[in-house]
Design a protein around this ligand. Structure first.
Ligand code: PLP
Length: 355
């Protein structure tokens, strides 16, 4: 009883929003529990087409294609788009699903150092011998809460004639003035070619993923992308949730702003208390502790004080960089944030993480 969850990807609190829940129930009643089919056989209803159109409009792109998850979207895109004559250049800390998606394709693979533009440039120079180049990066990185330098990446992509792909799972709905994501935050919406993102985090938190971008690319994915062709269509209730979440975000960015203010409150109070918080301005707030055991025992003690957080250690993060990853949500009240900071301060002192 009374436990506060500080480790969910429910950034905007939409998974418990009454209108989102009502939209799911209505979709369930009107469209049924499921389609018992992949999309291209009998798995497409008007709500699937409407949601794809809405996603494209939200991101200001030409078209969009739905998947059962963003993991699937990442598994499908590289193989469908790239041939052995092409090259893909991937940040070394990209999400596992991007890494797996790239493994499935036959393009030439380059891995550049995390957010290192000199290294990316050197690799782009080397990749000039290939037919097509695709730079792939997370927009916001989930372990550190840091944001890819998209402006510089897009400049390099322009210089070396490359396309840019971003995974926006930890950005869609809340980064940028209107919550469009990292590309909006950094003013490069017209320079990023392909966006993959999830419906399972800020956009209602149920499930589902998508690719949005140029229409010919989306047409190609409908013909060639294996997770799209060979996996069941998204259930109507899930489509209903995501569709309502996007409506709410397109009406107003008040929820995203409230989350940003709470993030600021947490980051500044924790820093003042003496903790090191990785990243900047992102609701992923990793409390850096270094030692794996310290992170684990502190997380246990936080739970005893009613705060649910999880310690991350090797191999999820590099050795010596153990942390407790806190995630802020719009549904946290200012009092919740303060309670969390107080608990961290007490537990940190008890275990010697603070003087
Ligand atoms: N990409 C990133 C950066 C993620 O953090 C995740 C989820 O953890 C995914 C992709 C996969 O998203 P989904 O849960 O929709 O499969």
């Amino acid at each position: 009883a009374g436990i506060l969850n500080f480790c969910a990807n429910n950034y905007l609190g939409l998974s418990s929003h009454p209108e989102v829940i009502r939209a799911a129930v209505e979709a369930l009643e009107k469209f049924g529990a499921g389609l018992s089919s992949v999309r291209f056989i009998c798995g497409t209803q008007s709500i699937h087409k409407d949601l794809e159109e809405k996603i494209a409009r939200f991101h200001q792109r030409e078209d969009a294609i739905l998947y059962a998850s963003c993991f699937d979207a990442n598994a499908g895109i590289f193989e469908a788009l790239l041939t052995p004559e092409d090259a893909v250049l991937s940040d070394e800390l990209n999400h596992a699903s991007i890494i797996d998606g790239i493994r499935l394709c036959k393009a030439n693979k380059y891995r550049y150092k995390h957010m290192d533009m000199q290294d990316l440039e050197a690799k782009l120079q080397d990749a000039q011998k290939h037919r097509l180049r695709l730079v792939a990066t997370d927009g916001a990185f989930s372990m550190d809460g840091d944001i890819a330098p998209l402006r510089e990446i897009c400049q390099l992509a322009q210089k070396y004639d490359a396309l840019v792909f971003i995974d926006e799972c930890h950005a869609t709905g809340f980064l940028g003035p209107n919550g469009r994501g990292t590309d909006e935050l950094l003013g490069v919406m017209d320079k990023v070619t392909i966006i993959n993102s999830t419906l399972g985090k800020a956009l209602g938190g149920a499930a589902g993923g998508y690719t949005t971008g140029p229409k010919p690319l989306i047409d190609l994915l409908r013909q060639r992308s294996r997770p799209y062709l060979f996996s069941n269509s998204l259930p109507p209730a899930v489509v209903g949730c995501a569709s309502k979440a996007l409506d709410l975000l397109m009406e107003s960015n008040a929820i995203a702003q409230s989350m940003a203010a709470k993030t600021q409150r947490f980051r500044s109070k924790m820093t003042a208390a003496g903790f090191t918080i990785s990243g900047k301005d992102h609701p992923i707030c990793p409390v850096m502790l270094g030692d794996a055991r310290l992170a684990a025992v502190m997380a246990e003690d936080m739970l005893k004080r009613g705060i649910y957080v999880i310690g991350f250690s090797y191999p999820v993060v590099p050795k010596g960089k153990a942390r407790i990853r806190v995630q802020i949500s719009a549904v946290h009240s200012d009092e919740d944030i303060d309670r969390c900071v107080e608990a961290f301060t007490e537990v940190g002192r008890k275990h010697g993480a603070l003087p």
